[in-house]
Design a protein around this ligand. Structure first.
Ligand SMILES: [Zn+2]
Length: 257
């Protein structure tokens, strides 16, 4: 069995911010979940998922606590003061060190946030429904750090090359535009295709637009397409029955003097 592979975000944050995204490599699950599926709700064997979760946690300090979410494509954000069982939310933030915040995805976009001073982190699960519901704005609002002092990284999601949507998705985004200018800006993230009423949607573009509007100037990532890279990523749109990657972030405790 090969080693597990973790993607490390390429962003400008202090060294005490530790983050990563798991890939498919090095796990125990069989087809169609091969091989590092970290989700219990997709039909994989519980024993194999638990083994995969151990493979992930073994790469990190053993006292680290992992906070999971029950994701609903909504805009509820949980402020974590201590680790507990899975919380129903699509966003999470904390200032508590060694508390790893996690979301599971396979096409939806994980968005990581960190305060420039290293004192706070946040993480959002943002598919198109979550973006329309305002999950990014709600996550930023839940942080005690101001948007100007936050850095964001867009993790692996389905890219503008493959995210085909119907007119109703475009309409949902245009309906939340505050004014004509915003409406026109959002239109640009929907490219018409040869198929009538079908568009290629740029989730990364929409996320950058919304983050910028919210006051975040430092935005990194957004270079992957989960659909385009079957060796590395699960993609729900590509494979239907498939596993999930985990995105996670925590604050490393400063060394005792
Ligand atoms: Zn693609």
């Amino acid at each position: 069995m090969s080693e597990i592979e973790i993607i490390i975000p390429d962003w400008d944050v202090p060294a005490e911010i530790i983050a990563g995204v798991s890939t498919r490599a090095g796990g125990a699950s069989r087809h169609p979940y091969d091989s590092l599926n970290l989700a219990h709700h997709v039909g994989d064997s519980a024993a194999r998922v638990n083994k995969n979760l151990r493979l992930l946690s073994n790469r990190y300090p053993q006292h680290l606590r992992w906070q999971w979410l029950r994701q609903t494509h909504g805009s509820n954000v949980h402020r974590a003061d201590a680790c507990c069982g899975p919380v129903t939310a699509d966003g999470i933030c904390t200032s508590v060190p060694e508390l790893a915040c996690c979301v599971l995805t396979a096409d939806c976009m994980p968005v990581l946030f960190a305060a420039r001073d290293g004192g706070e982190i946040a993480l959002a699960h943002a598919g198109w429904r979550g973006l329309v519901a305002g999950i990014l704005e709600c996550t930023i609002a839940k942080c005690s750090t101001s948007a100007q002092e936050l850095v964001a990284w867009l993790g692996p999601a389905i890219g503008p090359c493959h995210f085909k949507v119907g007119a109703e998705v475009k309409a949902a985004f245009l309906a939340i535009a505050g004014d004509l200018e915003e409406r026109e800006a959002l239109q640009k993230y929907f490219k018409a295709t040869a198929e009538p009423g079908k568009y290629l949607c740029d989730l990364y573009g929409i996320a950058r637009f919304k983050l910028t509007q919210s006051g975040i100037a430092r935005i990194y990532g957004g270079q992957y397409c989960t659909f385009c890279e079957p060796e590395l990523f699960y993609s729900y749109r590509r494979d239907d029955v498939t596993g999930r990657m985990a995105s996670f972030i925590y604050i490393r405790k400063p060394h005792q003097k």
